[in-house]
Structure formats: C-alpha cells, structure tokens
Write a protein that binds this ligand. Structure first.
Ligand SMILES: [Zn+2]
Length: 409
C-alpha cells in the first residue's frame, strides 16, 4: 500500500512539472533553535529536495522544488528558532540560519480527505559546526548548486534584526577536514530495576539489578570505543530510578535510541534465551496518556490547528514506533548469534520505559536467570561481552540505515 502511494505521488509530481506551478500556501516556522520545525503547505504533491548551504560563511538550508509560486494570500511566518530570514525563489525556499542545524526528520503529510493540503515538514536540530559542515559538503557533492536567481522572482522574509539576504552566490565546496568528527548519536542504556527493586533472582546467586548493570556497563564500554556514539546510562549504581524519570532523562539527553536491559525469570528452569520487546499494541494506547502526564511533548509549531497538530504528532509517533521495530528486527539475528533466543510474555510494568512518543526504544531481556546456562553466560565477562557486541552490531546497522535514509532525502 505504501509502495503504491509513493509511486502515485512521484507520478503526480512528474505530471505537474513543466505545466503547473508549485503553489505555496504557507510557510510555518516554530521552535527554539535547538529543535525547530518548518512546515511548508501546498495544494499539490511536490517533489522536493533539501540541501544545506554555506554562502560566504552564512549557514542555510534550501528546500528545492521546481516552478515555485507563492499564493497571494499565503501565510508566511516570521523567522524564529534559529532561522533568521528566508527567501522564496523560483525553484526553492532558502532559509538562513543563525546557528548550525541539520535535518533530523522529514515528513511528507498527505492531505486529509477534507482539506486537500500537502504538508512538507522539516524538523531541524542544532548540531555542532563540524557536523553541519560535513553534511553540507555531502549535499554540495550530491546536488549541484543552482545559478543565482533573478531578483524579481524573490520574496525576502526577514527577522526582527531586519537582515535581508543578499543575492545567493554559491562557493565551491571545500575539502572535508579528516580530523573533524560528526556529532555522535546519543544512545541511552537503561539498566532495569536498582536499589529497593532487585528484579529477578539468579539461580546461581545474584540479582537482576546487578546483572543488568554489569551488562549495561559492558555495552557502554563497547560503544564508547567509537566516537560515533555518545552513551548515557539512566543509572550507573545501585539506585532505583522511577520509570518516568528514565524516559524524561533520555529525552533531555536527546536520545537517538533507548535500550532498556532486563533479565527474565520463569517457573521452569529449562526456559532460556534472550528476547526483545517494543511497545505492544496494548501499550501503544498508553503513549498519549504518559506523554500528557509527564510533559513529553512533541514540538509542533505554534499556530498549527489542533487537527493538523494531531496528524503531525501521530506521524512522529508512528515513525518512532517503526524505527523501534526496525531496530528490534536488527537485534534478533545478532542476539541469536550470541546465545539462545526465546519469545515470552510481556512484562507490562517495565515496558513503561518504552512509552516516549519520539524516542525509538526497545527492551531486551538478555536471558533467564532461572536457567543455569543463561545465568552462567550472564555472570561471565566473556558471555556479557558476546551479548554486548551483538547489541552493538545491531546498533551499527540501525544507524547505518538511518544515515542512508537521511542522505537520500
Ligand atoms: Zn527486569
């Protein structure tokens, strides 16, 4: 169904090119510069590309679509949230930034049945200058710069400082500085239980809270070998952290991925193996409730109608859920290579940590403490390392996919 829709949109976009103009109905901007959302609305399905720009030291982002036209009654928001000005041109909207920001997420929102408006959502996150430069140089290679645009086709929107953009003049991309590293992905590891909550008991002695803390430390150690990752732990000692605090903390750290580690217990000593959980269909209905209760709001531009906000939030939730599922799929074969694998019943209480509406999250039960084989594997350093390396391979594969997807957008 998705494939058909995508093909249909591409086909429609092709038909429109050449004889129709891409009408812009509104440009919305909202956010604080750490996270900023641009929403471009059009009555048509548009085929657009995005490229980061750096023109005479001024950072920017071009949203490119051919035959752009602005409706007379178009709503054009004042630039805010790190966007200092923008210009509507014949083939693009050029946003000027006062800080380095990168595309964190792109959403193409098809029209609701009754409004007929296509919305193109660009979510930006502030990044280091080095990471911006790296992506900008990739964009400069993959998408050639356009010639300067005629003045009569431009519409300048300026910020409070009144800084109008000068005519764009594209300078050739420089060579990448090999010493510069891109901004790392933030991975939050959540060792379950702790303090007054020991979790399950191991058949060979020890408690789940200690075992998962050691497993978390091992995973952190493996990930820390690569500058690509920044690792945070929701707890690093024997303290109890409330479920909602684990999620709130992860969101404050800007988590790209949340991994909760637990170990299982079963009545039968023969039951063994690791398992992976994402939020269940039942748990899904709790996402809204938890988000409202703990203030885990998805940033949506102010002035967006309630209905549209609802649609956008729903899209973010769906994308987060699908990313969680993608990561879980990558995890299973890797974990299978490190030890046995099992499917077992959910533990709804602990799954609370998977309720963030906008952070892909999984819960891994790394084995059964009631099974002698699993308990020994998890008690040994080499066993923990096998599991940690398996999880890391899945993390590597996940972010490889994410990077490819962002680069192709
Ligand atoms: Zn547990």
């Amino acid at each position: 169904m998705t494939l058909i829709r995508l093909l249909g949109q591409a086909f429609a976009a092709m038909l429109l090119q050449g004889w129709a103009q891409a009408q812009i109905e509104s440009v919305g901007i909202a956010g604080d510069g750490q996270h900023t959302r641009i929403t471009i609305a059009s009555p048509q399905a548009l085929d657009s590309t995005i490229r980061l720009t750096e023109t005479e030291g001024v950072l920017g982002l071009d949203w490119i679509t051919p035959n752009l036209a602005v409706r007379a009654d178009a709503y054009l928001a004042a630039p805010v949230g790190g966007i200092s000005a923008y210009t509507l041109q014949e083939d693009r909207i050029s946003f000027e930034m006062d800080r380095p920001m990168m595309v964190a997420r792109l959403l193409d929102v098809p029209p609701r049945t009754d409004d007929g408006v296509f919305r193109y959502v660009i979510d930006l996150s502030e990044v280091s200058p080095a990471r911006f430069r790296r992506q900008q140089q990739r964009d400069a290679v993959s998408q050639p710069a356009s010639p300067p645009v005629e003045a009569h086709a431009r519409l300048d929107i300026t910020g409070d400082e009144g800084n109008v953009i000068s005519s764009p003049s594209f300078k050739p991309a420089g060579l990448a500085d090999p010493d510069r590293q891109p901004e790392p992905f933030v991975i939050v590891i959540d060792p379950g239980h702790g303090g007054r909550d020991p979790g399950a008991s191991s058949v060979i002695g020890g408690e789940e809270k200690e075992i998962v803390l050691k497993a978390a430390a091992m995973l952190a150690e493996e990930l820390a070998k690569e500058p690509r990752y920044e690792v945070r732990l929701t707890r690093s000692d024997d303290t109890y952290v409330e479920h909602e605090d684990r999620v709130t903390q992860a969101r404050e750290w800007g988590a790209d991925l949340f991994i909760s580690l637990h170990a299982d217990a079963a009545g039968a000593a023969s039951v063994q193996g690791a398992s992976v959980y994402t939020i269940s269909t039942r748990g899904e209905s709790r996402i809204n409730g938890a988000a409202n209760k703990y203030g885990w709001e998805i940033p949506i531009e102010t002035g967006t109608s309630e209905t549209v906000s609802g649609i956008l939030e729903d899209l973010v939730r769906r994308e987060t859920k699908s990313n969680s599922a993608i990561f879980a799929e990558l995890l299973l074969p890797e974990l299978a290579s490190a030890g046995p694998l099992v499917r077992n019943s959910h533990r709804q209480g602990n799954l609370f940590v998977l309720l963030a509406p906008d952070v892909p999250a999984v819960l891994i039960e790394i084995g059964f403490l009631t099974n002698r084989g699993d308990a020994r594997r998890l008690a040994s350093r080499s066993g923990r390392q096998r599991t940690a390396r398996a999880i890391k391979r899945a993390i590597d594969a996940y972010f490889d996919q994410q990077e490819l997807r962002l680069a192709s957008n």
